[in-house]
Ligand binder design. Structure first.
Ligand code: SAM
Length: 252
């Protein structure tokens, strides 16, 4: 049996009571922290709360060799698979669930609070006004991806906001809003399509902690704004509804 459990946004206490109970009753606990991280916690703190060891998996363990770990154990044991946020939001873990189903393993999901909904709460931007999301990755061999820029352009044309996830990399660390803005403006400079000129941008840091930072301003001004520690995320809003405008004025 395999249960996907979302751990929520910031520390080990963000998991639901249902999630905690399932973890404590599990035979084996796996976790991955390459899609998201609980910045206010550590493996030691989690193990302290659960009273059991946690096996942390790398991306390749989950995506390429799950039959050697999670799926093998789930054939005859109670296995939980832990992920930051909600296990199925902006991850590819549905693939693992499908593979489990194929092997006759029963699966379920215990949901966690997600950055996708926290962004709406913290900014006042309405969830039904978001279009396709984008991810800004660290440049590979100095090549800056233009895909997020195209997504923002398409969403703006349709009057939709764009949520932009920022890369987490084993070597380069956690991308900041400042780095994300800089990369987007590089694409704007090259393409000269005025998608971002004078555009509003909202940066959010440490959602779920006791000191989240939410700042809205013209995109070029956010290049040097100090958001503090990770994780960071950003939104390029489309034209605002008056309530959204009021919320951003009051809270960002
Ligand atoms: C690929 S998404 C995974 C989302 C996760 N499954 C969830 O439901 O929250 C991870 C990205 O979302 C953003 N993020 C996640 N948690 C965050 C937090 N607490 N505060 C700010 N940004 C966060 C970061 O940009 C991070 O790289």
């Amino acid at each position: 049996m395999l249960t996907f459990i979302g751990l929520g946004l910031y520390d080990e206490e963000d998991v639901s009571l249902k999630g905690l109970k399932a973890i404590q009753e599990a035979d084996v606990i796996y976790a991955e922290f390459y899609t998201s991280r609980l910045m206010g916690s550590s493996i030691e703190k989690m193990e302290g709360l659960y009273g059991k060891p946690v096996k942390v998996l790398a991306r390749e363990d989950v995506e390429q060799h799950p039959k050697e770990n999670v799926l093998k154990d789930a054939l005859d044991k109670k296995v939980v698979f832990l992920t930051g946020g909600d296990a199925m939001v902006a991850t590819t873990h549905i693939d693992l669930r499908l593979r489990a189903k194929e092997m006759g393993i029963s699966t379920s999901i215990i949901h966690g609070s997600s950055i996708a909904s926290a962004v709406c709460g913290l900014t006042g931007l309405q969830n039904y006004r978001f279009g396709k999301s984008a991810t800004i990755a660290f440049p590979y061999k100095n090549i800056v991806s233009e895909a997020p820029y195209d997504t923002i352009k398409m969403n703006k044309q349709n009057g939709l906001h764009t949520i932009i996830f920022l890369d987490i990399d084993r070597e380069k660390g956690y991308m900041t809003v400042n780095q994300g803005v800089e990369l987007l403006l590089k694409v704007e400079e090259k393409r000269m399509e005025n998608v971002l000129t004078d555009s509003l941008c909202v940066g959010i840091a440490r959602a779920g902690s006791s000191d989240p930072c939410v700042k809205a301003d013209r995109i070029d001004r956010l290049k040097s704004y100090d958001f503090g520690g990770p994780l960071h995320i950003m939104v390029i809003p489309a034209e605002l509804h008056f309530l959204e405008e009021e919320a951003l004025n009051e809270f960002a």
